[in-house]
Design a protein around this ligand. Sequence first.
Ligand code: SF4
Length: 128
Amino acid sequence: MRSTRLRRLMRSASSTRLTKIWNKIRRFVLCAVSSEYVSRQAALRQGECVGCGRCCKLVFQCPFLGGTDENPRCLIYNSVRPNQCAAFPIDERDLADVNYLCSYSFSQPRVTAVQPLLTPVFERQQSS
Ligand code: SF4
């Protein structure tokens, strides 16, 4: 009973497919142009990646994801891993994309009602 309620709560807080697509683009742009925000968020990020591979399957499965379902492995981890992969999760929005099942957390939520960085129109309309 309790786990059903928790699952329902997590589903309602998690991202829609459209939001996940937007957040994928957002991570790419933020890592390309706003290294200050990404660095600031990296300083607030707590925990360690356990290599679950959930962020490698957002919207589509990364072609460089190898290994098995139980033991996923990035095939380019030590060579040409993109910055947006290394920076995941940049903030709470990214955690919502993986239903908060990432081993990272943030010491302070950086997403506010103002949604300062790269907020799409459809998200702004939902929050008002
Ligand atoms: S979802 Fe989090 S813990 Fe899992 S691979 Fe991505 S960064 Fe690592």
